[in-house]
Every structure is written in structure tokens, then in C-alpha cells.
Design a protein around this ligand. Sequence first.
Ligand SMILES: [Zn+2]
Length: 428
Amino acid sequence: MPTDARVDAKAAIEQLKELRGLTADEHGAQRVAWTPAWLQARAWFLSQLAELPVEHHCDAAGNSWTTLQGASKKALILGSHLDSVPNGGWLDGCLGVIAALAVLKRIAREYDGKPPVTVRLVDWADEEGARFGRSLFGSSAFAGTYSIEADRGRTDTNGIRLEDALAECGVSIDSIGEAQREQEDAAAYLELHIEQGPVLATMGLPLAAVTGTKGVERHAITFRGQEAHSGSTPMTARRDALAAAAKLALEIRTIAMRHPDAVCTVGSVKTYPGIVTAVVGRCEATLDQRDLNADVLAKMYREAQEKSALFAAEEGCTVEWSRIWNIAPEPFHPELIGLCEEAIRETTGRSHRMPSGPLHDAAEVSRAGIPTAMMFAQSLKGISHNKIEDTREEHLELAIEAFDLLASKTVDWIQDSLAATGERMHRI
Ligand SMILES: [Zn+2]
């Protein structure tokens, strides 16, 4: 293969370091969406497009689109996000954007500026939701799953309204739905991201094909018993709301562990009156359950409800559930997952499949009906959303090379499906 037909992974890693130098301080990355540091990161990104035969624009939701026009209008989209949480890591989101840029450059070189299909790079606006609590802002506008009315009233910790912060960045909240126009001619979407968890590090693997994003059931559970004096109330006469909640907090581990990838977490427990001399009369707990399989998720939710009723009865208490939030699992495209595994195997010799616990922009794109796949790169110690987030440099190189190979395979895949549907082909 001629050298100019290879992705320049080392140069991409240098770009990641340059971006870190520009937008991080001693506490970590500060590229919070709709802030000057984020705009600076995006301006830097634009400066990297010089000399490339591309068109650039931002859509109505602030997503940044870079398009390399191909012989066919049908587009392969590569993307991720430049925004970070406050005091974040250098790779979360940026790896995917910079790797996508490296792939776009390689394709532009290889095909002399005119690839067989159009290749687009998207930097999604506000993936993290760090300032206003609205994650996946830009990608949900693109997918049409957003709700302007739910988001309009959001404010940051200084009381600044989301609507006003968007306007500062040239985005009108009432128009964000127009970002759906960018779906036109989208044939496939690929995203490279760090894993942000410990699975690949534990297995000693650099990369994995992501099978989809897990669905989430998130509930508030309130156990009610009877407040009573801790000295005068015999053990047998108690209606201890915390005892019932504690049984459930242990039981959800058994419920989750019946399924290989399921997770269940009781993340918060509040007791009332919450003093050392009283039996707990009321206990408010939260439950977060996740799995890629909707049936498994529904089963775990049912089991947790049944067990909570059993434990409440055992402790002389009552229990009430109220849903905080839920989202359906989003399995990625089976053929693209297969191509992703092939690319990883051909690059590293081994491959692995795993679901994603965290949500990603890719899930929104997939929800819009666009064939989607994601690749994970190992995170050192499984840590992310923190300045110590890191990935070995050789793993970053492998990730960029495997992602590039996946992009090539997906270009072929798009051409094959165009051939099957009769669009005139321009194979080079
Ligand atoms: Zn991310």
C-alpha cells in the first residue's frame, strides 16, 4: 500500500496533544459546550481543515459538519464530540473527532479529493450536557428525539438560560429541529470512543466492537415504616424502612448477575428522620438498571419491584415506585458490528464485542434509522470524566488504524448496498 494511502495515526495523536494544550488547565480539559473554551476548540478544529477539499457548516443545532463530496451523494458519517465535562479528560470525544479527521484526510488523499461515496465528519454539539444537564443535545436534534419545551427552561449554575447561551453561539432554540435535514443521504455512521470503563483493560485488549448502548430504567423507591425511639422499641416491634431498602440494595446484585452484561445500582439512600436515636420511618432510594436486551431490562425491573414488595412486607413497611427516567436499548447495525470486528481483528489479531453502559451520540444516530457502529479503545484503569483519563499511545495508534480500516470497509459496504438498489456506481 503506498504511504499516502495510510492513515497518519501518529500525526492525529500529536493533534490531540495540541488540542489538550490549548483547552486544558492543571485540573483537566475545560471544553464545556457553549463556553469560550469550547468555541476555541472548534476554531482550532476549523484551522485544521485548511488545504482539504471540504465544505464546512454548522447546522441549526450547532453540530459542526465537514463534507468531502464523493461521486455518490450517499454519505458515510464519522463523528464524535469536542466538548468535555469540566475537569475532563483529553480523549473523551476528541479521540473520535480527530481520528475521523485523520480518516477523512486519508480518503481525500487516496481518491484525489473525490471518493466513491461522500464522507462527512460531524462534531456533535454538547454531548456531555455538563452545563445545562441536557446530554446528547446536538445528536438528539439531528435524530428528532429532542424536546424543545423540556429544554427551554434549563439554566446553568449561574442562572444563565440555555436559550441565551445557545444564542451567544449563534443557535436559536426554536430552530434546532432543522438539524434533521442533515440526515439526508446518510448511509452509515461510525464513531470511535474510549471505553470509559475497565472491561478492556481487565481483559488486556486494546479495542472492541460495540454492540449497542444499553437501555436504562431509573426509579425512585420509597419505603415507609414507622419512626420510633431507638431505645424503647424492641427489635421485634420495629417497622424499619431502611432494613427493607437495604435488603433490596443487596438483592439487585443477584438480579443483575443472572445476565452477563446487566448492571443494577442503588446509588442514593436517604433516611428520615435520619438521626442516631430513631428507627428509620421513611427511606428514599434510587435504582438504575441497564442492559442491551429490552426483555432482560424489563425482567430485572419486574424482579426488583417484586422483591421490594416482599422485603417491605417482611419489615412491616410499604413501598412505592416512581420512574425518574428511562430509555430503550439501542442495538447497533449487525453488519456494521461485523465489519468493526473484522477491522479490529485484522489490526490487532483479536477482537471482542461489548455493549456500552454510557449513552453516546451514536445511539441517537442509530435511533434515527441510520446504520451505526462504534469502536471502543481501552481506557487505562477504566477512568474517564477526570484529568487522569488516559489510553496507551500504542493503543491510540491501533484504534485510529482500525477505525480507518472500518471506514474503508464501510465505504465498500455502502457501495455494495447502492449496487443492490441500482444507483449508478463510480468505483475507482
Ligand atoms: Zn464522550
